[in-house]
Design a protein around this ligand. Structure first.
Ligand code: ZN
Length: 245
């Protein structure tokens, strides 16, 4: 079984369209999305419309999806995130807003191998940025593999014989998984990469070969930036895209 795993599109239509055109992203058996379809970017409605057409899809909601669907207030967001959330609410069609509202809360167990969540396995909004937080997240996971998003930072944490370690994900990395090891894996972000590399990233997990492949691709950043500026969204949301931060 081949799983396509991706996260954090953040209303970036240029990156999302380029992702959908990736040859490697086709011929998969399951598509797993880890949350934050919208927020920050200039194309919330177009992104939801495209997303809804995906086949074999299992998805969880992100914190931005929740706020923009009016399930939570934007009071805890930083000013740029809050501004873009309020702006996004006005740009999404009623049918797409309904769809956003109904996105599942994580974690979701996909099958006997895989769990997906946005932040962590015990709290959808909790950031897993360190080994300490990864250890907590392993405690609340019942499958051997978990995929998470939220940090926009591609990484693999693994737990073998009660020892936790980390594998960085470098471009085109192929990593063999061990059946006696547990993994928490972040594919990075489609629409707002933050690991100082502005290219988008995603993962393919092949459960037959027990292998993860990590893939990156570029998109027309300047076009997305222009849309952000033309819409009057905060400048930070445009400038960070080319720095990948
Ligand atoms: Zn996000």
């Amino acid at each position: 079984m081949r799983y396509l795993v991706f996260s954090d599109i953040h209303s970036n239509a240029e990156a999302f369209e380029r992702f959908l055109a990736q040859k490697k992203a086709r011929n998969v058996d399951k598509i797993l999305f880890l949350g934050d379809l919208v927020g920050y970017g200039p194309d919330p409605d177009a992104v939801i419309t495209l997303f809804r057409e995906l086949p074999h899809l299992k998805a969880v909601r992100g914190n931005h999806d929740k706020v923009i669907a009016d399930l939570e207030s934007s009071a805890l967001f930083n000013p740029a995130a809050a501004f873009s959330a309020e702006w996004s609410k006005l740009k999404i069609s009623p049918a797409n807003l309904q769809y956003l509202k109904k996105l599942a809360k994580g974690p979701q167990v996909i099958d006997r191998f895989v769990t997906i969540c946005h932040g962590s396995t015990f709290d959808e909004d909790y950031y897993v940025f360190s080994q300490f937080e990864a250890t907590e997240s392993f405690r609340f996971m019942n499958t051997s593999i978990g995929f998470f998003g939220h940090t926009h930072f591609p990484i693999i944490y693994y737990l073998r014989n009660d020892k936790l370690d980390v594998v960085p994900l470098t471009e085109n990395a192929r990593i063999k998984l061990d059946r006696n090891t547990r993994y928490l894996i972040n594919p990075g972000s489609i629409g707002q990469p933050r690991d100082k590399n502005p290219t988008s990233s995603y993962i393919i997990f092949d459960s037959g070969k027990m292998e993860i492949s990590f893939n990156r691709f570029g998109y027309e950043v300047a076009r997305t930036q222009k849309k952000i500026r033309d819409a009057g969204l905060p400048e930070l949301l445009a400038s960070r895209l080319e720095a990948g931060v």
